[in-house]
Ligand binder design. Structure first.
Ligand code: BES
Ligand code: ZN
Length: 468
């Protein structure tokens, strides 16, 4: 019964014929059944207004929205305010982020009256310790001797992460770290994590081997002094808006529409990714009063630019049961640049999936492309680099909507509102809106979970590197 909705949804789009879940020849090569689909599409796409999206981009890009700064919070409050205005149940989900401070950093490592002029590991705690040196080798878990308690650990780089090594000696009570390189002549490497409150410095391989020799021949005392370095804790946020279906029409399933609201430092991030947020808000506005049988969940993520931290945090808060209800994640990131996409088909729009395979999201959206303002089937390709990644890892069909190749302003202070093309915003919002509504509208039976998402239909894979 659940499988039926997938099939009927795609049949409505005129895309696929399927018997017992096995896909027969798709009838289309670019011209899906316009009439059947457009009546449903029109309920959404006729209401999408690019001026609203443009205004959102203009407001958000007035100040950079670097994660953990007041600029992010300003954006977050604006976004939540809009969701509330449209009648959604909202939540601001805070999470901690940590960044290294390097403020006139200086490091000293004295052994036998000589300064080895070490590198201060990124994020190292600032401190001043004098203690005996204990060679702990690679400092793998379970190999660090108890004798390092109250002493400085001499560690060789390699095999496990810097942070793991520091933690392993910290767990045994070490008061400082000297790490030596496993190759070459450089001393510039290494990083510490928040809460690892002992100074940690790095030295060259030659220096390290010499020190290890000295230690073998008798007690050696070292003095480490680090200033101007440390880790800072800040708060970043996800903004979540939910619209539940009517109780007697509820499939128990959820469809997600996402973007990230943070920008790079000093970047106004008009296209990256105020553009995606603007479409999330516009679709939330348009869909607020539509009849649905599937929960709509709009989320804007913080700290995407720091490594998808917000979306990983969000995904980590979902129980298995909650994750299983999510049937699709549509991620819009950089969907409005005049200068992106080159001469590629579909105005440069492409749907990137993590595994380079088609899924429910790409099947629906590719077809929607042909029926809506764009008027073309949308190709797909393979790429991570945005918040569709954690959803894919949960087994949820997910794709990134983006114009590729990227514009030259990507991650620069020139990513400003004047580079935004309303037509591209409109086209992408229509495609995602029509696809989402195809899942969420109540006239189709329950949609099966992602793991049995439909097989390929007639649209092309493109090996299209985004550049930058
Ligand atoms: N908007 C970009 C995503 C992007 C960039 C997609 C280039 C395709 C090509 C995103 O905000 C970003 O910059 N992501 C980072 C990676 C992330 C894990 C920190 C990137 O691509 O460097
Ligand atoms: Zn981005």
């Amino acid at each position: 019964m659940a499988k039926k909705k997938v099939i009927s949804a795609l049949l409505t789009a005129g895309l696929v014929l399927s018997v017992n879940g096995a896909y027969a020849q798709g009838p289309v090569s670019g011209a899906p059944n316009q009439n059947a689909a457009s009546a449903f599409d029109n309920k959404i796409i006729k209401k999408i207004n690019a001026d609203n999206m443009y205004n959102t981009v203009a407001y958000l890009s007035e100040v950079p929205r670097q994660a953990g700064t007041p600029g992010e919070l300003r954006g977050v409050q604006y976004i939540e305010g809009k969701f509330k205005e449209y009648g959604y149940e909202t939540e601001i989900q805070p999470f901690k982020i940590y960044s290294a401070i390097r403020n006139n950093v200086s490091g000293l490592l004295e052994v036998g009256g000589q300064d080895l002029k070490p590198y201060v590991m990124t994020g190292s705690y600032s401190g001043d310790v004098t203690a005996e040196v204990v060679n702990v080798g690679l400092a793998k878990a379970g190999t660090v001797p108890d004798s390092v308690k109250g002493k400085i650990a001499l560690i060789e780089r390699g095999d496990i992460t810097f942070v793991e090594k520091i933690q392993n000696v910290l767990d045994k009570g070490a008061v400082g770290v000297i790490m030596y390189n496993n190759t070459g002549t450089s001393n510039g490497f290494g990083q510490a994590a928040y809460g690892q409150n002992i100074p940690a410095v790095s030295i060259t391989r030659a220096q390290g081997l010499a020190l290890a020799d000295q230690v073998k021949n008798g007690p050696v005392t070292a003095h480490i002094k680090v200033t101007g370095s440390g880790m800072e804790e800040k708060t970043s946020y996800n903004v979540i808006a939910k619209m539940k279906p009517n109780k007697n029409k509820d499939t128990g399933q959820v469809v997600m529409i996402g973007a990230h609201h943070d920008s790079v430092p000093n970047g106004p991030g008009a296209n990256d990714d105020a553009s995606g947020v603007s479409a999330v808000l516009e679709l939330a506005r348009v869909m607020a009063n539509m009849p649905i049988d599937t929960e709509l969940r709009f989320v804007t993520f913080g700290s995407e630019e720091l490594g998808l931290l917000g979306s990983y945090h969000y995904a980590g808060t979902l129980s298995d049961e909650e994750a299983d209800k999510i049937v699709a994640h549509f991620q819009m990131d950089m969907i409005g640049s005049k200068d992106a996409g080159g001469d590629n088909k579909a105005n440069g729009l492409i749907m990137y999936t993590i595994d380079g395979k088609k899924n429910l999201v790409t099947d629906l959206a590719s077809a929607a492309g042909a029926r809506t303002a764009l008027g073309e089937i949308v190709p797909y390709g393979q790429l991570g680099r945005s918040d569709h990644q954690p959803f894919h890892e949960l087994g949820i069909p997910a794709a990134l909507f983006i114009h590729s190749p990227l514009e030259p302003w990507y991650h620069t202070p020139a990513d400003t509102i004047d580079k935004i093309d309303k037509q591209k915003l409109q086209e992408t919002a229509e495609i995602v809106g029509a696809s989402v509504y195809q899942i969420a509208r109540p006239d189709t039976p329950a949609l099966e979970h992602s793991r049995v998402a439909p097989q390929p239909v007639d649209y092309d894979f493109e090996n299209r590197p985004p550049g930058a």
